[in-house]
Every structure is written in C-alpha cells, then in structure tokens.
Design a protein around this ligand. Structure first.
Ligand code: FAD
Ligand code: N01
Length: 563
C-alpha cells in the first residue's frame, strides 16, 4: 500500500509505506510480547514495532557486567501459561541478564511471536486521526502503521539518561551506557576506567569491572544504600523427595524449585496479596516497639538472608522516619565494618531514608573499595564539569581514562513515551499534556488520547512492584476491555478528564504518606534536569490497585467514555 495523508513523522520525511492492522503494540519487552499473544487470541491482526533487533526489552539492552534481577527468578517470570511455568528451569536464585534474555527468546519461540514483530524500527510519532478513527504511527525507517488501537509497551526504564556534560563528544576513548551496552563483550583488561554513578547498575557492575581493569575510578554524587544479594544456585529436591506441604506464605530461599513448581498457582496467588506483588517474609510490627538488641538480631538475620526483603524487617520502615533510621544506621555500620579505609567508608555511608531511592542489592560492592586498583571520588560538592579528550574534569581536577562508563540511569517512566511525538485528535502533544508531570487514569490511559493504552504507565504500581505480574495484570485488563468493546459494537474508549484528575489526586495523596516520596530519586524525576517533580508510580499497593481496576470494570468502565 502506498502512503496516504501527511502529518508529522518525527523525522521530517514522508513515509514510504503504509500498513494497516487491527492493533499496534510498541515495544517487544515482556509487556509487548504478552500483549501480542493476547491480542492474537482475540483474533486481531496485530503488529509489534521494536527499536531493538530482538525481544526482551530491558534484558536485551542492559548487557553490562553483573546485570541480573533482584526479584527471585521463580517470581520474576510469566504466570499466564502453566506449561511454560513448569517447563522453564531457572538455575539461580537471581537470574542473570543472559538467562533472562534466553527466557524471553524461549517465550518468543514457544508462542511464535517473531513473525508479528518488526525489529530495528523505532516509532518516532503517533497521532490519532479522528476521521479514520485510527492511530497513525511513523517510524525512523519511514514506515507508517495504522490501526484503531495502539498499546504503548515502551518500558519504564528504557530511555537511557546521559547527562549533557560539556564536551560530551570530546573524549577520545570509548564510552558506554549501562542501559545500551554493546552486544560483544567489552574487555577492560589493562585499562584505566572511569564510571559515573552509584545506583543499581553501577553497584552491580563495579565489582566485575574492578576485577578486570587496571584501575577503576568511581564518581559518586550520592551514596546509595545497598544490601547483599547472597545469590546462589536454586535449591533442588533430593531424588524421590515428595512435595506434600504447601509453600509457606512469604517466599523462603530454602524452598526447592520442585516445591515451588508443585504449588505454583497458590504461590503466585499469595504473592498478589503483598503490596509489591512479591512474596517475602514481612513482619508487620513497629521497629520502635522492639529493643535495640531485638532490632539488631532482626536486621542481622535479614542481612544474612540477603535481598530487598531486608526492608520487610518491620512494618513501619517506610512510613516512620525514626523507625527507618534504625535500619539505615545498621547498614551504615555494615559499610564501616566492611571498608578498610575509614574516610572511604564514611563517603560510602548514605544519609537519609533507606528505601527512598530504590534499595540496591549487590555482590561484594562495598568490599570492592578495599582493592588497590579502585578509587572513590566524591563529587557531591565538585560535580563533573566536562569531558576532555583524555578523560574528564570534576571538582577542578583532571582525570585520565581509557574508557568511561555512564551508569547514570534512565529518564524513567515518562522518557520512552515523551521521546515519541504522541498527539491526540486535538493536536496537543503528550509532552504538553505532561508539562507539569504525568497524568493518567490508572496508568492505563491518558485523557485526550483515545484507544491508546499504556502498560505499567505512571499512576500504576509499576516500578514499585514485581514488574512481570504487574505487566500481566495490565495486559489482561486491556485485553478484556477490547473484548468488551468488540462484543458491544464499541470502537472508541477514552479516559475522562474528571476520572483522571481524581486518580492523580488519590495517587498523590497516598504518596504523601510514604517516606518514598521524600527524596531526590528517579521516582520523582529528580535525576533528569528540568523534569517536573512528581512521584510517578502508584504507591497504594498492588492488591488495592487491582481491586480498583476490577471495580471500575464492574461499574461499566467507570471514568471511561465508550462509544
Ligand atoms: P522494557 O523491557 O523496557 O521493553 C520496552 C521495549 O520498548 C524496549 O525493547 C524498547 O526498545 C522498546 N521501545 C521503547 N520505545 C520505543 C519506540 N519509540 N519505538 C520502538 N520500540 C521502542 N523489574 C523487576 O520487577 N525486577 C527486577 O529485578 C528488575 N531488574 C531490572 C534490572 C535492570 C537493569 C533494569 C533496567 C530494569 C529492571 N527491572 C526489574 C524493571 C524492568 O524494566 C521490568 O521488569 C520489565 O523488564 C519491563 O518490561 P517492559 O516490556 O514493560 O519494558
Ligand atoms: O540508575 P540510577 P540505574 N553527575 O538512576 C548518578 C533498575 N535496575 O541504572 O543518585 C553525576 O539508580 C546518580 O547520582 P544521584 C532499578 O529500578 C535494577 O543504576 O542522582 N552522577 C546515580 O548514582 C534501578 O533503580 C537493577 O546523585 C550522576 C546514578 O548516576 C533503576 O533500574 C539493576 C549524574 C544513576 O542511578 C535505575 O538504576 C539495574 C550526573 N549528572 C537497574 N546523573 C537490579 O539489580 C546521574 N548520576 C534489579
């Protein structure tokens, strides 16, 4: 078909080719892959458009050394297909990036997804054409896609943030961003490497880069709290062992894979009762009702167990500052015990609320500073001024490197959407609509953008939850909604401004009650200069959110206009 009609295509050139579908999905990470599977199930001719050359999203792009999940692999996986759940075998407690990517590839093969995915194609613009009743998507390779329904499965942590340092292109050596790592292995042997950032990506990669590099210099703007992962191969049942008991509420790393698999539906259902959609041992008592000795024992047990359940030691760690400080000080003491040089240890000790920025989970991070070939540079008062041909200049001092790593994170939650020129029928762009921060109804739709759904968008539990169950819940909700529309001869759905405003107000009110909204984190957009400061994910918890989504459907899609 030849291209028809004009309009923005984001690259100033007319598209060469137009193809029509029943539904379009942007992104082939876990969200886009499952969305395709469900839309096919409705009999819709669907096309997925993906910027990368393969499936997997996050796990396709983030190939830096040490990349792995910090949700246990038996929980960080799809549950929509019991056979898939049974046949796939995770090997480690926390799966590595290569293993998660293999899983994504396996899912794509098993459900024959690739034949409906156009890879190496980035959507640059999307506009709703009222006359055609359709979304028109233009791409960087001059393709045009048209369909009445469009699902943005573009990811929350998929738009890398590279700060605009002066002279960014002047450095003569290679630079790498953790979120867009090369496919071929990077060998730092014998090199002087500089790494900017000390968030999750940096903390996972620093110990491994340090083992390889001649010298590693870490530029830290803010110290981050981190707890040990204590990763290990998954426990297997002894031959002949029977699986009679139920998996206890609160995932225990001692449980064998066979036990989990024998009780998968119950295990998954119990996880959905947790605010994070994640099963873990949670003590609801107040930290302040415990004696200092009891607290120390509780924190020590969780430190030895490893992982984010550290914050489940007491029920008020994320709501009461005094309670939080008891856990924060415990971690600082651990850092001081681990790091030999007292000055470096002090610099690595974070201040403020533990868990406000996302808690990091590491393997040997703090001990890495005991190596002779690792230097920590505090740039809290002397920021990076510019990149130079030899390296960079920070706090008035020059540093020479052979390679520089940007572990500077993402323009989270809104970045991937705002990088597409999305416009409703009135011509207003999403960037304009979100000028004062993102607004959506349930994180699923934005008023003024009919028939455009977002998966795990701002205003949904999203990055505060175990993402794969959250993705599945959104995809299922969207599928049911489209099925309902088709069954009732409806072809247009749009969130009302009033419902959106109510939801945004509710989400902000709930966020105000949590210590999580109290610091300069990427949850509030603080990592990207000029980004409006709004706590973006919904912190009311996965169960409350799901209940609200179900009530809205039961009330005839309350807050949506269907026609
Ligand atoms: P993504 O996986 O980000 O996929 C989005 C896809 O959309 C990408 O492939 C991208 O190329 C494509 N895309 C975006 N814009 C366009 C465009 N304009 N045109 C075409 N294609 C486009 N979550 C957890 O719950 N537990 C974890 O342990 C965990 N670990 C993480 C570790 C890292 C290093 C990172 C970065 C994130 C982690 N997350 C974790 C969050 C993770 O992003 C989600 O769990 C999940 O993978 C998101 O899937 P998705 O499909 O929604 O988005
Ligand atoms: O990014 P980040 P990330 N000058 O934003 C620093 C998930 N994830 O890629 O803290 C100097 O956390 C910045 O400093 P500061 C997870 O959800 C999970 O590490 O803003 N420094 C910070 O230290 C995670 O939260 C895993 O002061 C600058 C760092 O760069 C999210 O992805 C692994 C700077 C960025 O840290 C993002 O993690 C990896 C500047 N101009 C990622 N700009 C798991 O383990 C930024 N920084 C599951």
């Amino acid at each position: 078909m030849t291209g028809t009609g004009g309009g923005p295509n984001g690259n100033g050139r007319e598209p060469q080719n137009e193809q029509a579908f029943d539904a379009l999905v942007v992104g082939a990470g876990f969200a886009g892959m499952y969305m395709l599977h469900r839309l096919r199930g409705l009999g819709l001719k669907t096309r997925v458009i993906e910027a990368g050359s393969g499936v997997g999203g996050t796990w396709y792009w983030n190939r830096y050394p040490g990349a792995r999940c910090d949700v246990e692999s038996v929980q960080y996986s799809y549950q929509f297909d019991p056979d898939l759940e049974q046949e796939w075998d995770w090997t480690e407690h926390y799966a590595t990036q290569p293993e998660i990517l293999r899983y994504a590839d396996h899912v794509a093969d098993r459900f024959d997804l690739r034949r409906d995915i156009d890879f190496d194609t980035r959507v640059t613009a999307a506009r709703f054409d009222e006359v055609r009743g359709a979304w028109i998507l233009d791409t960087d390779n001059r393709q045009r896609y048209v369909a009445p329904v469009c699902v943005m499965a573009t990811g929350c942590l998929s738009a890398p943030n590279t700060p605009r340092f002066d002279g960014i292109d002047r450095f003569s050596g290679p630079t790498y961003h953790t979120g867009a790592w090369p496919h071929e292995p990077v060998d730092f042997s014998g090199q002087r490497v500089g790494i900017i950032g000390t968030g999750s990506s940096a903390i996972q990669s620093i110990p491994l880069i340090a083992e390889q590099a001649r010298h590693l210099t870490v530029f830290q703007r803010t110290a981050h709290y981190s707890v040990p992962a204590r990763n290990h191969p998954l426990k297997r049942a002894a031959p002949g062992e029977t699986m009679n008991g139920a998996v206890p509420l609160g995932y225990d790393p001692e449980v064998t894979v066979e036990e989990i698999k024998a009780h998968y539906p119950a295990f998954r259902a119990s996880a959905k009762q947790f605010a994070t959609g994640l099963s873990y041992a949670l003590n609801k008592d107040s930290a302040l009702d415990a004696t200092p000795e009891e607290r120390r024992r509780a924190y020590e047990a969780r430190w030895q167990r490893g992982g984010v359940p550290f914050l489940g030691a007491y029920g008020d760690l994320l709501s009461d500052e005094q309670a939080n400080e008891t856990a924060a000080e415990f971690v600082r003491e651990k850092i001081r015990e681990t790091v030999n040089d007292p000055e470096t240890a002090e610099l690595l000790c974070p201040s403020g609320v533990i868990g406000c920025k996302r808690l990091v989970v590491d393997t040997d991070y703090f001990a890495t500073y005991n190596r002779d070939n690792v230097t920590l540079v505090d740039i809290s008062d002397g920021p990076i001024e510019r990149l130079t041909p030899e390296g960079l200049c920070a706090g008035g001092q020059d540093y020479a490197f052979d390679a520089i790593v940007f572990a500077t994170g993402f323009d989270a939650m809104t970045g991937a959407l705002n990088r597409i020129d999305i416009r409703g029928a009135d011509g207003r762009s999403l960037v304009e609509r979100w000028a004062e921060g993102p607004k959506s109804y349930l994180g699923l739709m934005v008023a003024g953008l009919p028939n455009l759904f977002t998966i795990t968008g701002p205003g949904s539990p999203s990055v505060l939850s175990n993402m794969i169950p959250s993705i599945e819940q959104h995809v299922d909700w969207i599928t049911d909604c489209i099925r309902h529309m088709r069954a009732n001869g409806l072809n247009r759905i749009e969130a009302t401004e009033a419902a959106q405003e109510d939801w945004v107000a509710h989400a902000r009110e709930v966020a105000g009650g949590s210590l999580r909204s109290s610091c300069s984190s990427w949850y509030v957009g603080a990592n990207v200069p000029g980004k409006p400061r709004v706590f973006m994910p919904y912190i009311g918890g996965f169960p409350a959110y799901v209940q609200r989504c179900e009530e809205i459907v039961a009330n005839g899609y309350e807050g949506f206009l269907l026609s």
